[in-house]
Structure formats: C-alpha cells, structure tokens
Design a protein around this ligand. Sequence first.
Ligand code: SF4
Length: 382
Amino acid sequence: VRLVHDMRRAGKAPEEIESFFRDKYFADGEKYKLAVRTADNQAPVLALNTPRSYSLYISIPFCPSRCSYCSFVSRTTAESGSLIEPYVQALCRELAEISALARRNRLRLETVYIGGGTPTAVSAAQLRTLMQAVRDNFDVPAVREYTVEAGRPDCTTPEKLAVIKEYGATRISINPQTLSDEVLAAIGRRHTAQDVLDCFAQARRLGHGNINMDLIAGLPLDTPARFAQTLQGVLALAPENITVHTLTLKRASNLVIEHAPNAYGDVARMLDSCALLGENGYEPYYLYRQKGTLQNLENTGYTRPGYAGLYNVFIMEEVHTILSAGAGGSTKLVGPDGHIRRIFNHKYPLEYIERFDVVQARKQGVDDFYAKYADLDPETAR
Ligand code: SF4
C-alpha cells in the first residue's frame, strides 16, 4: 500500500505501478487490486493529517484469560488483579504528563485509542477513572475518533459499555475471532459465540454506532467452511468495520511453546471467502503483514463506507506521532520530514508502576525531537 502511495506521489501511471508490482514483486492480480483499493480508501483519511497531528494510545495489559496464539505482555486478571488499581492510577498520571508534553510541542490530538490487552478487563469504576482522566487532560469532543477495545465478551458488561459511551468514545471493537465454539475453546477463550452476539446487541442497544469486529483466519480446528460461516455470522450483524487477520505464530505464544499440532487448515482458502465482504459493501482500508503469518498472508481492515478507522490508517502508514501511555506502550515520533524515533515504556505492568519515573524521564525525548521542528507550522494545540 505504501508503494502505491509512493509511486502515485512520484507521478507514476497506474499501468507502471501495476507492472512494477507484477514484475518486481510477483504480486498476483488480486493482491495488487487489494493494495490499490486500500490505497484509494486511505487517501481521504491521510488528507486529514497535519505536520502537528498526533494520536494517543493507552495500553491496558490485562485480559480475562490468555489466548493460545497471544504473544503480548498481557497479564490475566486472575494472576495480576491486584496490580490493576495502581496501574490505572499510574496511567492517569502519565496521561497528565502526555497532555503537558503535547501542549508544549503544539501538537493536535486527532485520535485516541484505548487498547490492550483487553481494556474492559478492568472494573467499570476503573474504566470510569481512566476515561475521566482522558476527559480531564484532552479535548475529547474535538478528537476525530475515540476507540475503546471491548474485545472480549467474557468481561464486557453493559455497565462498562455504558461508561465507554458516556465518556465520549466514538468507536468500539468487539472481537469474536471466530464464531465456532469449538475453535474458541481450542484457543483458550472462555466464552461462546452466543456471548459475542449478545455483547454486540447490548452495545447497539446502548447506542454504539461504530463497531469493529476482529476475526482470525487459520486458528486451530478452523476450516474454510467454518471460517466462511463465521464471516456470514458477522456480516449478519452489519458492524461498521470487520478486520480479518491471518494467524501469526509468535515465539512467546502458547501455541508455539506447547508445540501444538499444525492444524491450521487452508488459510488462503479461508481468506478467499473475504470476497463476501466486497459483495456486502465493505471496502479494504488498511492492511499489513506481520512476520510469521501463516502462508505469508496479510491482515486487512474492511469498512462500510464512511467508517474507516482513522487510528489504524495513521499508525500503519506512519504519518504522524503516536504518544503511548502504559506498559508495553511504544511512542513513535514522526517528524514532518518523515524522520522517526521510538521511545519505549516498560514492558510489564509491575515495572511500569514501580519505575514510573524512569518512563517519564524517557519522555523528555519528545521535547528533544520536536525542538528540531520548532519553526515549522505554527498550528496551535487542541
Ligand atoms: S485478548 Fe488479545 S491481548 Fe488478551 S490474551 Fe487474547 S490475544 Fe492476547
């Protein structure tokens, strides 16, 4: 997708871009079309970006249980529940610091993304505390998009969905991964497909009008037929976004550690059923590929017209700075000239809490980075 953008910026004709994809990268026609359509759908989103734009990412590294394919640092609430309260308190402090940092550097907040882990793994009261801190420190009504991942129905209650709505989030994510109970059990999820459907219905009842649903192709015990059924089940709900990932085997995941048998099915055939998305009016708007994905396939976000997830495009295309709060957070500074620098928070919740001052000292790097661009673009901060 980036190549398409770059070549278009360089004035290349569509035929030149197509032959470059075909002859240099041996991309087949369908993959080429996917890249071009994705680039087309991103164009209006990228046009929103300014040299002083940034997005805010807030990490909640807790989950109700560990999925077998997960390599993230997330802790289960059973093993680390006592850390959640001090973690939320530290996060609120960091949000105040980030807000000051953004103002000093005259940055404009475009999107907020609370992800994880599973943000709804914390209590409704803790979620309220956190979202109140976002409201206190940032101009929430002025942001273009505010996403909260309500990924798993085994911890997403109507009360938490109501808090998310009350505090101004404009987009949520409810992630079935699959609608097969057998596959859900095989990946360590302690909920059923019906729980996902119920959670979705509750979210709609509470007024959530922009919902993403994540799916994974290639999960253990899944088959092309089952995957197509999952897709049809999700399409019947008509969420605004559907993101189709390909299973990635990561070294730190239980799937790899436990040497689970290779029962991943024909992933390419599973992705073939994504044609259903186009037939139902969904368009690709971002895509990326990770190291270690099955059959070297991609992850693609699809959207109904007008609902492209802005944060996803901004982060994937690396067009602006992402200031990150919380354990595992990676702040990515993107200069107006394309220069990129990263600053990492501590990886685990306990070290984030106990060595909070070290994290904050590192953020001095944000001031240093933007000092180089002091004369550029006098836009004021929101
Ligand atoms: S919900 Fe996501 S972050 Fe949590 S264990 Fe599962 S894959 Fe990992």
